[in-house]
Design a protein around this ligand. Structure first.
Ligand code: KG4
Ligand code: ZN
Length: 355
Protein backbone atom coordinates (compact mmCIF):
# COMPACT_ATOMS: atom_id res chain seq x y z
CA UNK A 1 0.00 0.00 0.00
CA UNK A 2 1.27 3.47 -0.87
CA UNK A 3 1.93 5.61 2.23
CA UNK A 4 -0.13 8.83 2.50
CA UNK A 5 2.19 11.84 2.41
CA UNK A 6 1.73 13.99 5.54
CA UNK A 7 0.60 17.60 5.19
CA UNK A 8 3.28 19.91 6.63
CA UNK A 9 2.27 23.53 7.17
CA UNK A 10 4.42 26.45 8.30
CA UNK A 11 2.25 29.08 10.05
CA UNK A 12 3.28 32.69 10.56
CA UNK A 13 1.52 35.13 12.91
CA UNK A 14 2.44 38.81 13.18
CA UNK A 15 -0.84 40.69 13.69
CA UNK A 16 0.02 42.49 16.91
CA UNK A 17 3.01 42.33 19.25
CA UNK A 18 3.95 38.66 19.03
CA UNK A 19 6.12 37.24 16.25
CA UNK A 20 5.26 33.58 16.01
CA UNK A 21 6.06 30.64 13.73
CA UNK A 22 4.77 27.09 13.94
CA UNK A 23 5.21 23.85 12.04
CA UNK A 24 2.41 21.28 12.10
CA UNK A 25 2.21 17.80 10.62
CA UNK A 26 -1.35 16.62 9.90
CA UNK A 27 -2.50 19.10 12.58
CA UNK A 28 -0.04 17.80 15.16
CA UNK A 29 1.98 20.74 16.48
CA UNK A 30 5.69 20.00 16.09
CA UNK A 31 6.90 23.49 17.03
CA UNK A 32 5.20 26.72 18.11
CA UNK A 33 7.62 29.57 18.80
CA UNK A 34 6.47 32.92 20.13
CA UNK A 35 8.73 35.98 20.49
CA UNK A 36 7.09 38.57 22.75
CA UNK A 37 7.94 42.24 22.34
CA UNK A 38 8.80 43.66 25.75
CA UNK A 39 9.38 47.18 24.38
CA UNK A 40 5.65 48.11 24.57
CA UNK A 41 5.53 47.82 28.38
CA UNK A 42 7.36 51.15 28.55
CA UNK A 43 4.51 52.88 26.71
CA UNK A 44 1.48 51.28 28.40
CA UNK A 45 0.23 49.79 25.11
CA UNK A 46 1.38 48.49 21.74
CA UNK A 47 3.19 51.13 19.63
CA UNK A 48 2.48 50.08 15.98
CA UNK A 49 5.74 51.38 14.46
CA UNK A 50 7.86 49.71 17.13
CA UNK A 51 5.89 46.48 16.67
CA UNK A 52 6.63 46.38 12.91
CA UNK A 53 10.33 46.96 13.49
CA UNK A 54 10.48 44.21 16.12
CA UNK A 55 8.68 41.81 13.75
CA UNK A 56 11.26 42.56 11.06
CA UNK A 57 14.05 41.74 13.48
CA UNK A 58 12.37 38.60 14.86
CA UNK A 59 10.83 36.90 11.87
CA UNK A 60 13.86 35.19 10.32
CA UNK A 61 15.25 33.74 13.60
CA UNK A 62 11.78 32.70 14.80
CA UNK A 63 10.93 30.83 11.57
CA UNK A 64 14.40 29.31 11.49
CA UNK A 65 14.10 28.09 15.08
CA UNK A 66 10.57 26.69 14.50
CA UNK A 67 11.85 24.65 11.56
CA UNK A 68 14.84 23.42 13.57
CA UNK A 69 12.67 22.40 16.53
CA UNK A 70 10.20 20.60 14.29
CA UNK A 71 12.93 18.60 12.59
CA UNK A 72 11.30 19.43 9.23
CA UNK A 73 13.36 20.63 6.28
CA UNK A 74 11.88 23.69 4.57
CA UNK A 75 11.97 21.84 1.23
CA UNK A 76 9.50 19.31 2.67
CA UNK A 77 6.83 21.89 3.62
CA UNK A 78 3.47 21.51 1.85
CA UNK A 79 2.42 25.18 2.19
CA UNK A 80 2.92 28.43 4.12
CA UNK A 81 0.02 30.06 5.97
CA UNK A 82 0.10 33.63 7.27
CA UNK A 83 -2.24 36.04 9.07
CA UNK A 84 -3.96 38.32 6.55
CA UNK A 85 -5.75 40.33 9.29
CA UNK A 86 -7.28 41.82 11.31
CA UNK A 87 -4.41 43.53 13.11
CA UNK A 88 -1.85 46.31 12.84
CA UNK A 89 -1.17 46.89 9.16
CA UNK A 90 2.60 47.39 9.48
CA UNK A 91 2.93 44.23 11.58
CA UNK A 92 0.72 42.18 9.25
CA UNK A 93 2.74 43.29 6.23
CA UNK A 94 5.96 41.90 7.72
CA UNK A 95 4.43 38.41 8.05
CA UNK A 96 2.63 38.61 4.69
CA UNK A 97 5.77 39.74 2.78
CA UNK A 98 7.89 37.08 4.43
CA UNK A 99 5.37 34.31 3.69
CA UNK A 100 4.99 35.43 0.06
CA UNK A 101 8.73 35.50 -0.51
CA UNK A 102 9.23 32.10 1.11
CA UNK A 103 6.39 30.44 -0.84
CA UNK A 104 7.84 31.86 -4.07
CA UNK A 105 11.35 30.68 -3.23
CA UNK A 106 10.16 27.16 -2.31
CA UNK A 107 7.51 27.05 -5.02
CA UNK A 108 4.81 25.89 -2.62
CA UNK A 109 1.26 27.21 -2.05
CA UNK A 110 0.59 30.34 -0.02
CA UNK A 111 -2.46 30.44 2.29
CA UNK A 112 -4.04 33.55 3.81
CA UNK A 113 -5.73 33.17 7.18
CA UNK A 114 -8.18 35.31 9.13
CA UNK A 115 -6.84 35.80 12.66
CA UNK A 116 -10.25 35.49 14.36
CA UNK A 117 -11.11 32.27 12.54
CA UNK A 118 -7.71 30.96 13.60
CA UNK A 119 -8.42 31.77 17.27
CA UNK A 120 -11.48 29.46 17.06
CA UNK A 121 -9.46 26.77 15.27
CA UNK A 122 -6.83 26.92 18.04
CA UNK A 123 -9.02 24.26 19.66
CA UNK A 124 -7.75 21.77 17.10
CA UNK A 125 -4.09 22.59 17.74
CA UNK A 126 -2.68 19.87 19.87
CA UNK A 127 0.47 17.87 20.39
CA UNK A 128 -1.96 15.07 19.48
CA UNK A 129 -3.26 15.05 15.97
CA UNK A 130 -7.04 15.02 15.61
CA UNK A 131 -6.63 13.78 12.06
CA UNK A 132 -4.38 10.91 13.01
CA UNK A 133 -6.79 10.01 15.73
CA UNK A 134 -9.73 10.23 13.36
CA UNK A 135 -7.97 7.88 10.99
CA UNK A 136 -6.65 5.49 13.56
CA UNK A 137 -8.70 5.46 16.72
CA UNK A 138 -10.64 7.23 19.36
CA UNK A 139 -10.01 10.83 20.36
CA UNK A 140 -11.40 10.36 23.86
CA UNK A 141 -8.92 7.54 24.47
CA UNK A 142 -6.18 10.17 24.27
CA UNK A 143 -7.85 12.26 26.96
CA UNK A 144 -8.61 15.08 24.54
CA UNK A 145 -12.07 15.88 23.36
CA UNK A 146 -12.10 18.36 20.51
CA UNK A 147 -15.22 20.49 19.95
CA UNK A 148 -17.82 18.91 17.71
CA UNK A 149 -19.58 20.96 15.05
CA UNK A 150 -21.72 22.96 15.33
CA UNK A 151 -20.30 24.69 18.38
CA UNK A 152 -20.36 28.18 19.85
CA UNK A 153 -17.07 29.93 20.52
CA UNK A 154 -16.70 32.98 22.71
CA UNK A 155 -13.60 34.61 21.22
CA UNK A 156 -12.20 37.15 23.64
CA UNK A 157 -8.99 38.96 22.80
CA UNK A 158 -7.33 42.36 23.13
CA UNK A 159 -8.97 43.65 19.97
CA UNK A 160 -12.16 41.59 19.62
CA UNK A 161 -15.04 40.03 21.51
CA UNK A 162 -17.26 37.78 19.47
CA UNK A 163 -19.68 34.91 19.79
CA UNK A 164 -19.00 32.71 16.79
CA UNK A 165 -21.24 29.96 15.48
CA UNK A 166 -18.75 27.44 14.07
CA UNK A 167 -20.58 25.21 11.58
CA UNK A 168 -17.42 23.64 10.18
CA UNK A 169 -13.65 24.30 10.18
CA UNK A 170 -13.96 27.09 7.63
CA UNK A 171 -17.64 27.93 7.95
CA UNK A 172 -18.20 30.40 10.75
CA UNK A 173 -20.71 33.12 11.53
CA UNK A 174 -20.33 35.96 14.04
CA UNK A 175 -23.65 36.09 15.91
CA UNK A 176 -22.65 38.66 18.54
CA UNK A 177 -19.82 41.14 19.07
CA UNK A 178 -18.76 44.16 21.05
CA UNK A 179 -20.06 47.55 20.06
CA UNK A 180 -17.10 49.36 21.68
CA UNK A 181 -14.16 47.97 23.72
CA UNK A 182 -13.05 44.34 23.60
CA UNK A 183 -12.97 42.21 26.77
CA UNK A 184 -9.14 42.21 26.78
CA UNK A 185 -9.18 45.97 26.38
CA UNK A 186 -11.54 46.20 29.37
CA UNK A 187 -9.05 44.18 31.44
CA UNK A 188 -6.09 46.27 30.21
CA UNK A 189 -7.81 49.65 30.67
CA UNK A 190 -9.06 48.72 34.15
CA UNK A 191 -5.53 47.59 35.01
CA UNK A 192 -4.14 50.92 33.81
CA UNK A 193 -6.62 52.81 36.00
CA UNK A 194 -5.39 50.95 39.07
CA UNK A 195 -1.74 51.51 38.10
CA UNK A 196 -0.79 48.07 36.71
CA UNK A 197 1.58 47.83 33.71
CA UNK A 198 0.52 46.74 30.19
CA UNK A 199 -0.84 44.19 29.43
CA UNK A 200 -2.79 44.24 32.67
CA UNK A 201 -5.14 41.28 32.01
CA UNK A 202 -2.81 38.56 33.33
CA UNK A 203 -1.95 40.71 36.39
CA UNK A 204 -5.60 41.27 37.28
CA UNK A 205 -6.02 37.50 37.00
CA UNK A 206 -3.05 36.94 39.34
CA UNK A 207 -4.15 39.39 42.07
CA UNK A 208 -7.79 38.31 41.75
CA UNK A 209 -6.89 34.81 42.96
CA UNK A 210 -6.66 36.04 46.55
CA UNK A 211 -9.33 38.76 46.44
CA UNK A 212 -13.05 38.99 47.17
CA UNK A 213 -15.00 39.09 43.87
CA UNK A 214 -18.01 40.78 45.46
CA UNK A 215 -16.11 43.40 47.49
CA UNK A 216 -16.94 46.17 44.99
CA UNK A 217 -19.77 46.56 42.52
CA UNK A 218 -19.34 48.12 39.09
CA UNK A 219 -22.02 48.97 36.55
CA UNK A 220 -22.96 46.27 34.04
CA UNK A 221 -24.11 47.13 30.52
CA UNK A 222 -27.68 46.69 29.44
CA UNK A 223 -27.29 45.72 25.77
CA UNK A 224 -30.05 43.59 24.28
CA UNK A 225 -29.29 40.48 22.21
CA UNK A 226 -25.87 38.92 21.79
CA UNK A 227 -23.76 42.07 21.51
CA UNK A 228 -21.39 43.31 24.22
CA UNK A 229 -20.32 46.69 25.57
CA UNK A 230 -17.42 47.35 27.94
CA UNK A 231 -16.85 51.11 27.76
CA UNK A 232 -19.39 51.89 30.52
CA UNK A 233 -17.64 49.49 32.88
CA UNK A 234 -14.33 51.27 32.29
CA UNK A 235 -15.92 54.65 33.12
CA UNK A 236 -17.59 53.21 36.20
CA UNK A 237 -14.23 51.89 37.46
CA UNK A 238 -12.56 55.23 36.70
CA UNK A 239 -15.12 57.28 38.69
CA UNK A 240 -15.17 54.76 41.53
CA UNK A 241 -11.39 54.91 41.93
CA UNK A 242 -11.31 58.70 41.60
CA UNK A 243 -13.88 59.09 44.44
CA UNK A 244 -12.19 56.53 46.70
CA UNK A 245 -8.77 58.12 46.18
CA UNK A 246 -10.17 61.45 47.38
CA UNK A 247 -11.02 59.76 50.70
CA UNK A 248 -7.83 57.71 50.95
CA UNK A 249 -4.83 58.07 48.62
CA UNK A 250 -3.70 54.54 49.52
CA UNK A 251 -7.07 53.01 48.55
CA UNK A 252 -5.73 51.02 45.58
CA UNK A 253 -2.76 49.66 47.46
CA UNK A 254 -4.91 48.58 50.42
CA UNK A 255 -7.57 46.96 48.22
CA UNK A 256 -5.62 45.75 45.17
CA UNK A 257 -6.64 42.09 45.41
CA UNK A 258 -10.33 42.83 46.07
CA UNK A 259 -10.34 45.40 43.26
CA UNK A 260 -8.87 42.92 40.78
CA UNK A 261 -11.23 40.16 41.88
CA UNK A 262 -14.26 42.46 41.57
CA UNK A 263 -13.21 43.79 38.13
CA UNK A 264 -12.59 40.25 36.88
CA UNK A 265 -15.87 39.02 38.35
CA UNK A 266 -17.81 41.77 36.51
CA UNK A 267 -16.14 41.15 33.12
CA UNK A 268 -16.56 37.38 33.45
CA UNK A 269 -20.24 37.78 34.39
CA UNK A 270 -20.90 39.96 31.30
CA UNK A 271 -19.25 37.32 29.08
CA UNK A 272 -20.92 34.29 30.65
CA UNK A 273 -24.41 35.88 30.61
CA UNK A 274 -24.15 36.38 26.84
CA UNK A 275 -22.87 32.91 26.05
CA UNK A 276 -25.72 31.47 28.16
CA UNK A 277 -28.13 33.55 26.07
CA UNK A 278 -26.50 32.40 22.80
CA UNK A 279 -26.65 28.76 23.89
CA UNK A 280 -30.33 29.16 24.80
CA UNK A 281 -31.17 30.82 21.48
CA UNK A 282 -29.34 28.30 19.30
CA UNK A 283 -29.92 25.18 21.40
CA UNK A 284 -26.20 24.38 21.09
CA UNK A 285 -24.53 22.78 24.11
CA UNK A 286 -21.05 22.46 22.68
CA UNK A 287 -19.40 25.64 24.03
CA UNK A 288 -15.83 26.86 23.59
CA UNK A 289 -13.76 29.90 24.53
CA UNK A 290 -10.73 31.25 22.65
CA UNK A 291 -8.41 34.27 22.44
CA UNK A 292 -6.09 35.88 24.96
CA UNK A 293 -8.75 36.41 27.65
CA UNK A 294 -9.65 32.70 27.54
CA UNK A 295 -6.42 32.24 29.53
CA UNK A 296 -8.20 33.98 32.44
CA UNK A 297 -8.63 31.58 35.34
CA UNK A 298 -11.88 33.20 36.51
CA UNK A 299 -13.46 32.82 33.07
CA UNK A 300 -12.27 29.22 32.71
CA UNK A 301 -13.69 28.31 36.14
CA UNK A 302 -17.00 30.04 35.56
CA UNK A 303 -17.43 28.47 32.11
CA UNK A 304 -16.91 25.04 33.59
CA UNK A 305 -19.33 25.66 36.48
CA UNK A 306 -22.00 27.09 34.16
CA UNK A 307 -21.46 24.26 31.70
CA UNK A 308 -21.90 21.65 34.43
CA UNK A 309 -25.14 23.30 35.49
CA UNK A 310 -26.56 23.57 31.97
CA UNK A 311 -25.33 20.24 30.59
CA UNK A 312 -22.79 21.72 28.14
CA UNK A 313 -19.63 20.18 26.80
CA UNK A 314 -17.16 23.00 27.47
CA UNK A 315 -13.82 23.50 25.72
CA UNK A 316 -10.91 25.68 26.83
CA UNK A 317 -7.74 25.65 24.73
CA UNK A 318 -4.35 24.93 26.35
CA UNK A 319 -2.75 28.20 27.56
CA UNK A 320 -0.18 28.40 24.74
CA UNK A 321 -2.95 28.42 22.15
CA UNK A 322 -5.09 31.11 23.87
CA UNK A 323 -2.94 34.19 23.27
CA UNK A 324 -1.63 34.95 19.78
CA UNK A 325 0.33 32.04 18.31
CA UNK A 326 1.20 30.66 14.89
CA UNK A 327 -0.02 27.11 15.59
CA UNK A 328 -3.60 28.32 15.21
CA UNK A 329 -2.68 29.99 11.90
CA UNK A 330 -1.10 26.73 10.70
CA UNK A 331 -4.22 24.74 11.72
CA UNK A 332 -6.43 27.10 9.70
CA UNK A 333 -3.86 26.72 6.90
CA UNK A 334 -4.19 22.94 7.08
CA UNK A 335 -7.95 23.00 6.50
CA UNK A 336 -7.60 25.53 3.68
CA UNK A 337 -4.89 23.33 2.14
CA UNK A 338 -7.32 20.39 2.17
CA UNK A 339 -9.73 22.51 0.12
CA UNK A 340 -6.96 23.94 -2.10
CA UNK A 341 -7.86 27.48 -0.99
CA UNK A 342 -4.62 29.13 -2.02
CA UNK A 343 -3.66 32.80 -2.37
CA UNK A 344 -1.83 34.41 -5.29
CA UNK A 345 1.27 36.57 -5.00
CA UNK A 346 -0.92 39.69 -5.28
CA UNK A 347 -2.47 38.99 -1.87
CA UNK A 348 -1.97 41.69 0.76
CA UNK A 349 -2.76 42.26 4.42
CA UNK A 350 -6.02 43.75 5.69
CA UNK A 351 -6.12 45.56 9.04
CA UNK A 352 -9.92 45.16 9.25
CA UNK A 353 -10.23 41.71 7.73
CA UNK A 354 -13.59 40.03 8.38
CA UNK A 355 -14.03 36.28 8.65
O1 KG4 B 1 -5.53 37.09 21.62
P1 KG4 B 1 -4.50 37.99 22.17
O2 KG4 B 1 -3.17 37.42 22.55
O3 KG4 B 1 -4.19 39.17 21.19
C1 KG4 B 1 -5.14 39.80 20.41
O4 KG4 B 1 -5.44 39.26 19.31
O5 KG4 B 1 -5.64 40.84 20.89
O6 KG4 B 1 -5.15 38.71 23.44
C2 KG4 B 1 -4.46 39.64 24.23
C3 KG4 B 1 -5.37 40.09 25.38
C4 KG4 B 1 -4.78 41.24 26.20
O7 KG4 B 1 -5.80 42.22 26.37
C5 KG4 B 1 -4.44 40.58 27.54
O8 KG4 B 1 -4.53 41.44 28.65
C6 KG4 B 1 -5.50 39.50 27.61
O9 KG4 B 1 -5.58 38.99 26.29
N1 KG4 B 1 -5.12 38.41 28.54
C7 KG4 B 1 -5.77 38.18 29.70
C8 KG4 B 1 -5.10 37.08 30.32
N2 KG4 B 1 -4.07 36.68 29.49
C9 KG4 B 1 -4.11 37.51 28.40
N3 KG4 B 1 -6.83 38.79 30.26
C10 KG4 B 1 -7.25 38.33 31.45
N4 KG4 B 1 -6.65 37.29 32.10
C11 KG4 B 1 -5.60 36.64 31.58
N5 KG4 B 1 -5.04 35.61 32.23
ZN1 ZN C 1 -5.48 37.41 18.77
Amino acid sequence: MKAVKPILILGIESSCDETSASVIKDCKVLANLIANQKIHELYGGVVPELASRAHQKNIVPVVDQALKESGIKKEDLSAIAFTRGPGLIGSLLVGASFAKAMSLALNIPLIEVNHMQAHVLAHFASPLSPLLQERGGSREADGVRFPKFPFLCLTVSGGHTQIVLAKDYLEMEVIGETIDDAAGEAFDKAAKIIGLPYPGGPLIDKYAQSGNPTAFKFSEPNIPGLNFSFSGLKTSILYFIRDKMKEDKDFIEKNLHDLCASIQHTIVKILIDKIVLAAGQTGIKEIAIAGGVSANSGLRKELLATGNKLGWHTHTPPFEYCTDNAAMIAIAGHYKYMKAEFAGQSVGANARDKM
